[in-house]
Design a protein around this ligand. Structure first.
Ligand SMILES: C[S@@+](CC[C@H](N)C(=O)[O-])C[C@H]1O[C@@H](n2cnc3c(N)ncnc32)[C@H](O)[C@@H]1O
Length: 311
């Protein structure tokens, strides 16, 4: 790792975490917080997703791969690592030519998830949500859960593993909902009370309120830019409408996990905005959970994901 001592340092900082928690999928390099601005590296059981936001990181790809291979040598000596490069540059976006697509499972605590490497930036599992999935699992027992923008259903799996009385998962994409079904099967949860709804989230919330539906646990994790007609989340104002609709269908003892994924809005700004919305509904915003240890935040390098619980 001679040319990339930061990789060695990043591994030193995470070694105990990865070992103790037996993590299959975790972040090795988190940009500026690990002294490598514009670069992130995620390990999915020996397959590395290398995301480049600064062109300079493409100059010595072989050197970087060699440094990453040394980490795998220690972690999984019998496995030859694979490298999946993704560009997130002004002129170039998406997967760079390289390894063939790989689809396989990773384990997180007691859950299994199907992940895809080589199809671009999204693998099917958001690693920065690990602690929030754990919290959902802990809170879910006997609760009716709504997972909005559910994607491949990682939060749905967590809620059902935790003993949710029922879960409803909403996403515009039928492909992601099919992936969610596969994740439920992987965890032998397919017979548990669960409903997938292919719908725009805002439209679903309207129908749910009209139908008198009530939920005890709501996960609100929209993309920064939505694809639904007339529903982009480019501004925090759009978020406000969604949140108000969630508060309307929340049971008196219910909780909302409100997430926002952008570096453009600071955590404090998001918290103040949530506080305002919660006050009108006579609810409270709880403390922000600490970011996962493999996604460290520093003053100069705030994280993209902000998540708060509303009770
Ligand atoms: C950032 S992902 C959500 C991640 C998810 N919470 C998780 O932890 O895996 C955003 C998801 O929102 C879906 N989506 C985008 N616009 C939508 C809309 N208007 N209504 C419902 N789902 C939408 C996308 O298909 C995608 O699966």
């Amino acid at each position: 790792m001679a040319d990339f001592p930061q990789i060695h340092a990043a591994w030193q900082r995470r070694r105990a975490l990865v070992r103790e928690q037996r993590l299959d999928a975790w972040r090795l390099v988190h940009g500026a917080a690990d002294g490598m601005e514009g670069l992130s590296v995620d390990d999915y059981r020996g397959r590395y997703l290398i995301t480049v936001e600064a062109e300079a990181w493409l100059e010595d790809r072989a050197g970087l791969e060699a440094a990453l291979a040394e980490v795998q040598e220690e972690l999984r000596p019998a496995f030859a690592p694979k490298f999946y490069w993704v560009a997130n540059l002004p002129k170039q976006r998406g997967a760079l030519p390289g390894e063939e697509i790989d689809r396989f499972e990773v384990v997180e605590d007691a859950s299994r998830f199907e992940v895809h490497l080589g199809e671009g930036p999204h693998t099917g599992l958001f690693l920065d949500q690990r602690e929030n999935r754990r919290e959902v699992c802990k809170l879910a027992k006997g609760r009716r859960c709504l997972n909005l923008f559910c994607h491949t259903g990682a939060f749905t799996v967590a809620a059902l593993q935790g003993g949710a009385s029922e879960a409803v998962s909403v996403d515009l994409s039928k492909n992601y909902l099919a992936w969610l079904e596969r994740n439920l099967e992987l965890n032998e949860l397919e017979d548990r009370p669960h409903r997938s709804v292919a719908s725009d989230a805002a439209a679903y919330l309207e129908r749910a309120a009209r139908g008198g539906e009530v939920f005890d646990l709501v996960i609100l994790d929209p993309p920064t830019f939505g694809r639904g007609k007339g529903s982009t989340f480019s501004t925090i104002r759009d978020y406000g409408r969604l949140l108000a609709a969630c508060l309307q269908i929340l049971s008196p003892s219910g909780r909302i996990l409100a997430c926002l994924n952008t570096r453009k809005v600071a955590a404090e700004e998001f918290r103040d905005f949530l506080k305002e919305a919660a006050k009108t509904a006579r609810r409270k915003v709880l403390r922000r959970p600490a970011p996962p240890p493999d996604f460290p935040e520093t003053a100069g390098a705030p994280g993209a994901l902000k998540a708060y619980w509303i009770a």
